[in-house]
Design a protein around this ligand. Structure first.
Ligand code: PBG
Length: 322
């Protein structure tokens, strides 16, 4: 019997690159971008080194820098001046996200602008929907509101609408509303399997969206469930989602892999704020080689089956690999 020697193909970088199975391309990455309406909300985010909240002009400048680095897809989040129980500033055509979409598309027509659609940045109570008389999130009333937000963003020039609320039936409703508004070219990237995760902590500081009472377990998914994620994705595909997403990333790589095997639609993963914060904390302490750790993590998403990786590391990765 001859000895089989897999190490032959690991001898140097040329041969390793030749047999490499997966690569992360800058074109697959989406950088989230926070845009604040009030000057007092502009500035760095403590738990997310290198990430900040920008005003309108700052967001456009940031978009230009990202585009120059090869990051040509952005996911926008807004921090509005005003919150109320009806989330009314969310669908205002003069609202901060609508204005940011318009300004970025005016400066960079080729930038693919994705807009997160959810009420939690706009409701005074911080939940992802409208509350009923009992104080519970009213699914169907929320879906109507989400459709309205989606049309506002589409009219402002968004290329992709990304509902992150986890209400039932929202993809079909948003698709119908977009089509009714002649926005048939606007795609839907659905946060299909979004878990009630501890890893959104820094985002809630960044976007000021921590719920004032209770938690999001009544609408976001229970972390131990994987089969249910596939059911959620199947429902979104049936309702017309163009792209489906698993979120967070690292703790749910198994779900990502299962989704890849089951569905043929483009699959996104969201490498969320807490994953970013966790890695940065270790890097700041000198406990990890940051560049290698970041590359390894981004590669894990692509290896698990993601086509699209939404990550706060996008710009950093592009600087080194663009
Ligand atoms: C809004 C929304 C959240 C994230 C994206 N959209 C927060 C949440 O659901 O609490 C999280 C993003 C991140 O943590 O990076 N619903």
């Amino acid at each position: 019997m001859i000895l089989l020697r897999p190490r032959r193909l690991r001898r140097n970088e040329v041969v390793r690159a030749l047999v490499r199975e997966h690569r992360v391309h800058v074109e697959q990455l989406v950088q989230p971008l926070f845009v604040a309406e009030l000057q007092q909300d502009v500035g760095p985010i403590a738990a997310m080194p290198g990430i900040a909240r920008y005003d309108l002009g700052g967001a456009v400048a940031q978009a230009c820098q990202l585009f120059a680095l090869g990051i040509k897809s952005l996911l926008l989040f807004g921090i509005p001046a005003q919150k109320d129980d009806g989330a009314t500033s969310s669908y205002d055509p003069d609202g901060i996200v609508a204005r940011a979409i318009g300004a970025i598309k005016a400066a960079l027509p080729e930038m693919l602008v994705m807009a997160d659609v959810c009420c939690c940045e706009y409701t005074a109570h911080g939940h992802c929907g409208i509350l009923d008389a009992r104080g519970a999130v009213d699914n169907d009333a929320t879906v109507e509101l989400l459709s309205r937000i989606a049309v506002t963003y589409a009219r402002a020039g968004a290329d992709v609408i990304a509902p992150s609320d986890m209400m039932d039936g929202r993809v079909a409703a948003i698709r119908a509303a977009l089509d009714g508004a002649a926005a048939t070219d606007v795609a839907i990237m659905s946060y299909s399997a979004k878990y009630a995760s501890a890893f959104y902590g820094p985002f809630r500081e960044a976007a000021g969206t921590a719920p004032q009472f209770g938690d999001r377990r009544g609408y976001q998914m229970d972390p131990p469930n994987a089969r249910e994620a596939l059911r959620e994705i199947a429902l979104d595909v049936a309702q017309g989602a163009d792209i489906v997403m698993v979120k967070p990333g690292l703790p749910y790589l198994d779900v990502l892999r299962a989704a890849r095997e089951r569905f043929d639609v483009p699959l996104a993963v969201y490498n969320v704020s807490g994953e970013y914060a966790m890695l940065h904390a270790a890097i700041a302490n000198g406990w990890l080689d940051g560049e290698r750790a970041i590359d390894e993590i981004l590669t894990s998403f692509v290896r698990a089956g993601a086509d699209i990786v939404i990550t706060y590391f996008a710009a950093e990765y592009a600087k080194r690999h663009g």
